[in-house]
Design a protein around this ligand. Structure first.
Ligand code: SAH
Length: 215
């Protein structure tokens, strides 16, 4: 049974406080973190730790991202209600639910079939309206392109051109790029058809992005 107790709510509020001290300033993002019961997305063994600012295993060798990382990537995207967002690496669905809470129209791709099946069932169970796909997100999802925002939640060797192509003018792509252990967070804003503005933030660590344009 899934219970969101006062204790959980209290720990969540505390987590929000920690994230705000670490520099997350977007009120809407902090509100979304405060709303979504992260412990629902973790296996029982980790429940007591759900509101620590840490990544945890979600099975199939994958992890649920650290709350700071989720908040940071989401803040970079400057989500507006009804933004069409492509997410690559659905994983546990936690990041997906944060985007949904912000009013985004989310399309999310997961490579691992078992995780896709599990998360599709679970997000529906929680009452979220989702568009989840099982496949290689490095190819994007041309059927619904272009997107206002694209978020990649696994570490890439380079920025896949396909994703830039599937971004709207003034759209934002946020993607960790680096080696298999450490990545920089790259934020690209597509200011015109062939011009990108790049910002980089150091020191993130994701599981590898696999697939055709991945590792
Ligand atoms: N946002 C997720 C993070 C999961 S970890 C969460 O909050 O739980 C990253 C996920 O990316 C893993 O589930 C992994 O299987 C997936 N992944 C890796 N390469 C991928 C690809 N090419 N396409 C889609 N998903 C991919």
């Amino acid at each position: 049974m899934l219970v969101d107790s006062y204790k959980h709510k209290g720990m969540r509020k505390n987590l929000v406080e920690i994230l705000s001290q670490k520099g997350i300033s977007d009120k809407a993002v902090l509100d979304a973190i405060n709303k979504v019961p992260r412990h629902f997305f973790l296996e029982n063994a980790f429940e007591a730790h759900a509101y620590e600012d840490k990544a945890f295993p979600i099975g199939n060798g994958q992890t649920i991202s650290q709350p700071y990382t989720v908040a940071f990537q989401t803040q970079c995207l400057q989500i507006k209600k009804n933004d069409k967002v492509l997410e690559i690496g659905t994983g546990s669905g936690y990041q997906t639910s944060i985007l949904l809470e912000l009013g985004a129209d989310v399309y999310s791709i997961e490579y691992v079939k078992e995780l896709y099946d599990k998360t599709k069932y679970f997000l529906n169970f929680l009452g979220y309206k989702t568009n989840l796909y099982n496949g290689d997100g490095t190819l994007g999802l041309s059927k619904y392109a272009p997107y206002d925002k694209i978020i990649v939640t696994a570490g890439a060797p380079t920025v896949p051109d396909t994703l830039i192509e599937q971004l709207k003018i003034n759209g934002i792509l946020i993607i960790p790029v680096g080696n298999r252990e450490k990545q920089s967070m790259v934020k690209l804003t597509k200011v015109s058809e062939n011009q990108l503005v790049k910002e980089t933030y150091e020191n993130f660590s994701f599981v590898p992005l696999v697939g055709k344009n991945g590792w």
